[in-house]
Design a protein around this ligand. Structure first.
Ligand SMILES: [Zn+2]
Length: 227
């Protein structure tokens, strides 16, 4: 039995916050063209304009000081929060899978997760717990957190996110079984008063022996859901 905690995502949050503070240009997306390829810069410009329209239509004065850079910042933030579309699990797992005669359950719990609900474009966030039963192939543990990241940084629903993570691991490692549990709080529910504060939604996907063997499933759940 191996049991690892992965909470290396603080760096990611810092990166995002820096990015929000960093943008100092004013007409802004134009200057981005020097540094990025032009299709990307065009997209950024279009998103910036769209956000400007959204703010106006909400009754805001887009020329007031506090909002001058907001459309560009928001555009960059949205691109960052959806950059998982440009990444594949193959890219990151390429040289991270090893042959190993390890047959015990591998668990990584408490992987931080930040995503956007595709119905309201509002964040949901929480923890992912992942386990697999190796069948000759194992993967570097930090890569499991990267898989979570790739699928979280897209517009999502929690059920699909859970499935995509499980399928990605299943395809890459061909293990005897995979289990993924996600516990998340949805701001679209919390902020609209649909859900009590901090009430979390739990989804799970069990494949292979985690699906077929109640003992294996029970062992995983006992180890991950313990508070
Ligand atoms: Zn929502």
């Amino acid at each position: 039995m191996e049991n690892h905690h992965a909470s290396e995502m603080n760096g990611v949050v810092a990166e995002y916050l820096n990015m929000c503070i960093e943008s100092k240009h004013n007409d802004l997306c134009k200057k981005e063209k020097d540094s990025k390829d032009s299709a990307d810069a065009d997209r950024l410009c279009n998103i910036e304009k769209a956000y400007s329209t959204v703010l106006s239509e909400l009754g805001e004065d887009v020329d007031r000081e506090g909002l001058l850079r907001t459309p560009l910042r928001a555009a960059k933030a949205m691109q960052f929060l959806t950059k998982g579309y440009k990444e594949t699990t193959q890219d990151i797992l390429n040289d991270a899978i090893f042959d190993e005669n390890h047959e015990e359950m591998v668990i990584v719990k408490d992987i931080d997760l930040f995503s956007l609900c595709e119905h309201h474009l509002v964040p949901f966030f929480g923890k992912a717990h992942i386990a697999y039963l190796p069948n000759k192939k194992v993967v570097g543990l930090s890569k499991l957190a990267r898989i979570v990241e790739i699928y979280s940084r897209r517009l999502q629903v929690q059920e699909r996110l859970t499935k995509q993570i499980a399928s990605a691991i299943s395809e890459a490692l061909e293990p005897a079984g995979v289990a993924v549990v996600i516990e998340a709080v949805h701001m679209c529910m919390v902020m609209r008063g649909v859900q009590k504060m901090n009430a979390s939604t739990v989804t799970s996907v069990m494949l292979g022996s985690f699906h077929d063997d109640p003992k294996t499933r029970k062992e995983f759940l006992a180890l991950t859901m313990r508070k």
